[in-house]
Structures are given as C-alpha cells and as structure tokens.
Design a protein around this ligand. Structure first.
Ligand code: NAG
Ligand code: NAG
Ligand code: NAG
Ligand code: NAG
Ligand code: NAG
Length: 370
C-alpha cells in the first residue's frame, strides 16, 4: 500500500507520535512471536458457514535480555479500530493506535522454563494483555496467549483476514462460548507437546515439563475449565473471572489462585460456591483500587493517553490505582504463584499480607485439604 501513497505515508508517520509502553523493570524483557494455529479436528461452532476448522491466533512471549530493545506495533490498525469500537462506549477517550511495545529482537531458546497458557476475557482479545504478559513472562516464563475466535472483539490473522465477535447473549449463552475456549487451550497444549506439529508451525520448541494456565474474566473461567480438562496442567490462576456451569462444583486438587478486582458484583456467588471444591493449596486475593477491566492493559493505556482517571466512567471501568503499580502487583503475585507451584521455590508473597503490597488483601488461603 505504502509505495502508492508514499507521501501520505511519510506525512502520517511524522504526524502520529508513537507512544512507548513501559518495558518491564529490571534487565529481563521478552521476545514476542505471533502465529496462527488451525485445529483441523474441530469445526468452529461460530463460523457462519462451510464447516470451517477452528483457527486460533497465539502469541508466544519468551523471556529475553538484550543490549538494545526494538519497538513493535502494539495492535495493528484493523484490530485497534475494532477493539476501540467495542470498548469506547465504556472507557472514555480510549484509543489503541500509536502504541508500541519495547521488546527484544530475539530470544535464546531456554528449554527449562515453565510454560503458561493465557486466555483473555470476552471481547478483550489477547493483544490487550500484551504489557501485562510481557511483564509476567520477563520473570522467567514462556507464555502462550490464545485468542478465542468469535468472542474476542476481533481476531486478526497474519494475512489481514479477521473475525469479529458473534453476538451471543451473556449470561444465557455463556456456556456455548466456554466449551470451545477450553478446547482451544487443549489445541495449543496438544500442539506444543508434539514436536513435529510445533516445528511445522515454525515456533521455537518449548519445555512442556511444567505447564499451567491463567486467564482474565471469561478467560479465568476458561483457565479453571482447562485445568479440570487437562491433567497435564499443574495449576490455574483465575484473574477476576466469574465461574460457570459444572466447573463451579467439580473437585480440583491442584493449586489454585483467585486474584481479583475490588467490588466483584455480589450477585455472582460462583467463587464462594466453588471455594470448597478447591481441595488443593489455594489463595483468594483482592487488589484494592481496581475494577474488573483494570486487569488488562486498559489501565496503562488510559494513563499514557492522559485520560482523566477520576472521571466517574473511567473509575467504574478501571478504578483509581496507579497503572504501573498495578502491573507490578499483578506480575509479582502471578509470578510468585507459578514459581512456587511449578519450580518449588518458597515465595514470601504467598505466605500472607505483605508490607510491600498493602493493596493486596488475603481473603482466604489454605495450604490444602479444603
Ligand atoms: C455482532 O453485532 C455487531 C453490532 O450489531 C455487528 O457489528 C457484528 O458484525 C456482529 N458480529 C457477528 C459476528 O455477527
Ligand atoms: C504430531 O503431529 C504430527 C504432524 O502434525 C501428526 O502427524 C501426529 O499425528 C501428531 N501426533 C500426535 C500424537 O498427535
Ligand atoms: C475460607 O474458606 C473456608 C472454606 O474453604 C471458610 O470456611 C472460611 O470461612 C473462609 N475464611 C474467610 C476469612 O472467609
Ligand atoms: C476526553 O477528551 C476530551 C477532549 O479532549 C476531554 O475534554 C475530556 O476531559 C476527556 N475525558 C477524559 C475522561 O479524560
Ligand atoms: C476529572 O474528572 C473529575 C470528576 O468528573 C473532575 O472533577 C475533574 O475536574 C476532572 N479533571 C480534569 C483535569 O478535567
């Protein structure tokens, strides 16, 4: 496109100022790879016709260090416009254009790292968690973030084609979304544990010795469902996701972290109902000053855009907590959980309230046995 309208391109690129997203603190960063993954064994239940196979998009975050970072587009323009269309009625002045991530141009293959699967919320595709995932991964995890076609605002493929969300009604039809989502995690898990398959995708081979899953919102429910469906997953972390259907009352004996925003609606009783069914080591933590959608990148994006954080609509959507502080809290607690469970370290942050993070309250915890 650009050569035809070279002048316009040049003009636009000088007029639009890139906004740099913060790289994780410390010397470690990540390298990012996006790739499509088609599951020919499954017809996509939401595809409008033609028995099309389920076609996922996945992002691999690999920890990396580098002398010189490079900047890469945060969200490509078509996706940025679609996400903005869906979220701007709720979050004043949100824009996803012009942001850039600071990442490493390459990663050394480290085959001994734990592997985490990440599943995003309804409407919020994997790309609006990139900063949070970059910050978590840099602490020593390979992460595979998975898009669920037809429930993300948009899932865009490398050839520029895309699918937008199907109009299911929440909560009535939520289980129709959840089952394919859980199967999506299995699709990626089956691919990454099959070296032949994985190499066909052209993605670096990863260690699959120690695997776990986490997700936000409906992705949190997906993480719980995936843990129950996949014995190969060793733990799950639910970031502020209400639970749905049978997963609420199914026993789980593997480690479980529930970490959530302030003011979860009282009408959702799924966490209390589910708690006794969590029979293994478990933590229930709450982060004050946050709202449900802060636990995405919307908080840092709004701050960098200069959005008025005390505007009532903004406060209702992402809360008042400082967005860099929030990234730090999420990364420290999520990493502490997965380091302790997957690598056997003893993480002080999991032992109880910490003076380093007074925003985080321990609502409940148990080292096992219900
Ligand atoms: C869902 O509804 C919205 C708004 O009417 C529309 O723009 C969109 O194309 C619909 N999505 C699908 C997959 O039908
Ligand atoms: C592994 O992947 C290869 C290539 O896609 C496929 O032929 C094979 O059946 C897979 N193996 C298993 C156990 O799924
Ligand atoms: C923690 O959970 C248990 C059930 O597993 C419950 O009996 C107890 O009251 C909870 N503690 C708090 C402080 O909510
Ligand atoms: C949104 O932008 C308008 C125009 O710049 C500004 O007046 C308004 O205060 C902004 N709203 C928020 C919540 O930042
Ligand atoms: C931000 O929003 C609050 C609440 O609506 C308002 O009182 C304040 O004046 C706004 N600040 C700016 C800089 O617009």
């Amino acid at each position: 496109m650009c050569p035809l309208i070279l002048l316009t391109c040049l003009l636009l690129s000088t007029l639009t100022q890139a906004i740099l997203l913060p790289a994780p603190p410390g010397s470690a960063n990540v390298h990012i790879t996006h790739f499509p993954l088609t599951d020919t064994s499954r017809v996509d239940p939401f595809a409008p016709c033609c028995d099309l196979p389920r076609r996922l998009m996945v992002t691999l975050y690999q920890p990396a260090t580098c002398e010189q970072t490079e900047t890469i587009t945060y969200i490509p323009p078509t996706s940025a416009a679609a996400i903005k269309k869906v979220f701007s009625p709720y979050l004043p002045n949100i824009s996803l254009d012009n942001f850039e991530l600071q990442v490493c141009p390459e990663a050394a293959v480290e085959n001994d790292l734990p592997l985490l699967f990440f599943t995003p919320g309804y409407w919020a595709p994997r790309v609006v968690y990139a900063v949070m995932l970059q910050w978590v991964a840099s602490l020593g995890f390979n992460i595979l973030a998975i898009d669920h076609p037809y429930d993300g605002a948009i899932v865009e493929y490398p050839d520029g084609s895309y699918v937008e969300y199907a109009n299911v009604t929440i909560p009535d039809e939520i289980l129709t979304l959840l089952a394919p989502r859980v199967a999506d995690v299995s699709t990626v898990l089956n691919a990454v544990t099959n070296n032949t398959r994985w190499q066909e995708l052209g993605v670096p081979v990863l260690s699959t010795e120690r695997m776990a899953v986490f997700g936000h919102s409906l992705g949190g429910a997906t993480a719980v469902g995936a843990l129950l469906a996949e014995p190969r997953l060793m733990a799950a972390c639910n970031i502020d996701g209400g639970l749905w259907g049978d997963e609420i009352t199914t026993d789980n004996d593997r480690p479980f972290l529930l970490i959530h925003a302030e003011n979860h609606p009282a009408s959702d009783t799924s966490w209390d109902e589910n708690w006794p069914y969590q029979k293994g080591p478990k933590w229930h933590l709450e982060i004050s000053g946050t709202r449900h959608n802060a636990l995405t990148d919307f908080s840092i994006l709004s701050t960098l855009l200069g959005t008025n954080r005390t505007d009532p609509a903004v406060e209702a959507f992402i809360g008042t907590i400082d967005s860099v502080r929030l990234l730090k809290i999420l990364r420290e607690y999520i990493a502490a959980f997965f380091h302790e469970i997957l690598e056997g370290t003893d993480e002080p942050l999991l032992s109880g309230p910490s003076m380093r993070f007074p925003e985080v309250s321990f609502r409940n915890m148990s080292s096992g046995g219900g």
